[in-house]
Design a protein. Structure first.
Length: 700
């Protein structure tokens, strides 16, 4: 009775077969056999890829790759896998991939097995400088490899590989293996003298010299020295970025199994051209009654995450992601408009869209559609569709440049600019004149080529902003470009190209931002705000977003905020439909960061404004703000003397520098290392990667 009662009141018991299948799946997943089964089900070229990069691939990368179901996504994963490891991403070549491919080809042709110890050493260190193969009567077959400077170690190394019992894979011999693993007929208690005797008696001279050299080298490293060295020789460096796999997975357009779906209407227009590409504008209408509403602090909003892929000839051509946040009160129609733009070459594509309703009901919209992108002429303007959203966007679309009219300032050479400086521009299209403005003030207008300007920047390098504005024959602004002078290579800035200051807009505006990032760094996202309302978040270029304005010629402002992965941000703001009497004031503060120490070099706290006196050129200055600042991002530099006088103290200084980098540099900070003796030497650029900074300290 008890058993029957429990069965009726509880959940139904799964069939015994289902329990067995679940248990088997759990066992296979835990043991790694499930991954092996998945790998064997892949097409051969992907199995070959997994074998060749097994040393490089992290567990997360392998698991992610095995979960991919479509070949074009696998191809995109492989391309991204190599790109993230490119030591010089600004160049067309990927030297790391080229080197790895060449070594993998050698493994396939000469070794044939990527699990062989020789294969691991070859892939990570290249082909040896010297190689001796031996087949002596009393020894298992083997090879001796000599490196003058092994890549993983940076110094000379001699390695002995042997084939146990003359079958299967070769192993790297290590002293703890013992001589009985190396020699066919030897007691486990044999010593090095017996090995020398057998080698010299049964091997040719060059073979015996090589074997004994490798043996003595291994023994000379000590009990733990050689195993540690062997681990370095056969262990791949960590992936340069651990975040890219999660980012790649986030761009998937596949729906979760069993996900609920909703309907939406998709319209695609081609309202203009950007250089040689056609602007493809996608307008998605989500039925209002199918969308969920988020309520926070009395404000209601619709929130969607859009992920898309563009395929060309069964290969991933483009992928993108947008987040939309739309106040419920401002959506007056029965359809919620989501709009984005991509730049595509004329031709045939497949567009895949996935939209997720972010407000908790876990529902999605997905569509796969074949599209044919036309070649758009400069004067082409398609009439708006019947939908209200398309009509409102007609004004924003009219602002799309044809791609033929451009002005580009040629960056001057050198890091710091002073004195007389000539600045040139690159021009395309029909332009009547170009005006140059320095720090917002016009300094010259040129009405004929060459469109260049000569500036006197003074004797000291100061940060200046130069703008070149192109006009047509009627005085209408066509396009502009800006260049920051003396900003250095670590400038992080965003600039709104559209909307333009002083221009009137009625129904919509095409917001366009350009982002300048420091060397070797990336943009995580760009957020577009209309007034203080976040409208859209873009995770990739082009940073362009059509915006519908709140009312006809109402004063408003558009704000673009760019973020880096570590949280640093920068922004730009432009007023639209501002009256002529509205003035923008650029308030410049000189910020002085002060640290006060006592005679014991300890910080002095509790000081007030009255404790400080500020003079500029002998004139007393009145501070406008006085604050205790904490946890601000810093740029720090260490200059380390490496001259002969530092020989005894260098190790102490290096340890102290590394300790500073490890303790003080957070993800928001940047640090650099400069060494000097008779001249300075940049050991590492500004970075927050302590491994890069530690590498700069090594080998001094």
């Amino acid at each position: 009775m008890m058993r029957s009662s429990l069965q009726r009141s509880g959940s139904p018991r799964p069939p015994a077969g289902a329990l067995a299948a679940a248990a088997l799946a759990a066992f296979l997943a835990a043991s790694g056999l499930l991954a092996a089964v998945k790998a064997k089900d892949l097409p051969q070229r992907y199995q070959d890829f997994l074998a060749e990069v097994a040393l490089l691939m992290s567990k997360e990368e392998r698991e992610s790759f095995l979960e991919i179901e479509k070949d074009y996504q696998r191809d995109a994963f492989i391309e991204r896998f190599w790109r993230i490891r490119d030591p010089y991403p600004e160049t067309a070549r990927n030297e790391f991939k080229e080197r790895w491919d060449a070594r993998a080809a050698s493994v396939r042709s000469e070794i044939g097995d990527f699990e062989d110890d020789r294969a691991r050493v070859l892939l990570l260190n290249g082909y040896p400088d010297g190689l001796v193969r031996y087949r002596c009567a009393d020894l298992w077959p083997g090879e001796v490899w000599y490196y003058q400077r092994a890549e993983s170690l940076g110094h000379e190394v001699v390695l002995l590989f042997f084939q146990p019992h003359g079958l299967g894979r070769y192993r790297l011999w290590q002293p703890f293996d013992g001589l009985d693993d190396l020699v066919r007929f030897v007691s486990p208690f044999a010593d090095g003298i017996q090995l020398v005797d057998q080698v010299q008696r049964t091997c040719r001279f060059e073979e015996s010299e090589a074997i004994l050299t490798a043996y003595r080298f291994a023994v000379s490293q000590g009990g733990l020295g050689f195993p540690s060295m062997a681990a370095q020789l056969t262990t791949a460096p960590e992936s340069p970025s651990k975040e890219w796999v999660a980012t790649f997975n986030a761009y998937s357009t596949d729906l979760p199994e069993g996900a609920a779906t909703f309907a939406a209407e998709v319209e695609i227009d081609y309202p203009g051209r950007h250089k040689t590409r056609t602007v493809a504008q996608v307008l998605i209408g989500v039925p209002r009654e199918q969308a969920s509403v988020s309520e926070l602090g009395g404000h209601e909003s619709f929130n969607f995450l859009l992920t898309g892929e563009v395929l060309r000839e069964d290969k991933l051509f483009d992928s993108f992601r947008y987040a939309f946040n739309l106040p419920v009160a401002e959506v007056v129609a029965d359809s919620i408009p989501l709009v984005f733009e991509r730049y595509l070459r004329p031709g045939d594509y497949v567009l895949v869209l996935k939209i997720e309703d972010m407000n908790g009901n876990g529902s999605y919209f997905r569509e796969r559609r074949e599209i044919s992108v036309p070649r758009v002429e400069a004067a082409h303007r398609r009439p708006p569709e019947d939908s209200e959203a398309a009509r409102l966007l007609a004004e924003a679309n009219a602002a799309i440049a044809s791609g033929e009219t451009t002005v580009k300032i040629v960056p001057p050479r050198g890091d710091l600019q002073t004195g007389m400086l000539r600045i040139d521009t690159l021009i395309s299209g029909e332009i009547a004149e170009v005006a140059f403005a320095l720090d917002g003030r016009k300094v010259l207008t040129k009405r004929s080529p060459p469109f260049s300007v000569e500036l006197d920047l003074g004797s000291l390098p100061r940060m200046r902003t130069l703008a070149a504005i192109a006009y047509d024959s009627e005085g209408n602004e066509l396009t502009r470009d800006e260049q920051a002078l003396n900003a250095g290579a670590h400038r992080f800035a965003v600039r709104l190209v559209e909307p333009r200051r002083g221009k009137k807009y009625r129904a919509s505006v095409r917001a366009q931002a350009e982002v300048e990032v420091p060397e070797d760094q990336v943009v995580e996202r760009v957020e577009f705000y209309l007034n203080e309302r976040l409208v859209a978040t873009l995770f990739q270029e082009p940073f362009v977003q059509p915006l519908i304005l709140p009312g006809a010629e109402q004063i408003a402002y558009v704000r673009a905020v760019a973020f880096q992965p570590d949280g640093n941000s920068t922004e730009d703001l432009v007023f639209v439909n501002a009256p002529e009497y509205l003035e923008e004031v650029d308030v410049q503060f000189v910020e002085l960061y002060v640290t006060v120490l006592d005679r014991e070099k300890r910080p002095v706290l509790g000081l007030g404004r009255e404790s400080f006196e500020i003079l500029e050129d002998g004139v007393r200055q009145t501070p406008l703000r006085f604050d205790l600042v904490e946890n601000l991002p810093i740029h720090a530099g260490i200059m380390l003397d490496v001259s002969a006088s530092m020989e005894e103290s260098l190790e102490i200084a290096r340890t102290a520098a590394l300790a500073f980098f490890e303790r003080a540099i957070t993800p928001r900070d940047r640090a650099t290392l400069i060494t000097f003796n008779d001249h300075p030497n940049l050991r590492s650029k500004f970075t927050n990667d302590t491994k890069v900074l530690a590498a700069g300290l090594a080998g001094l």
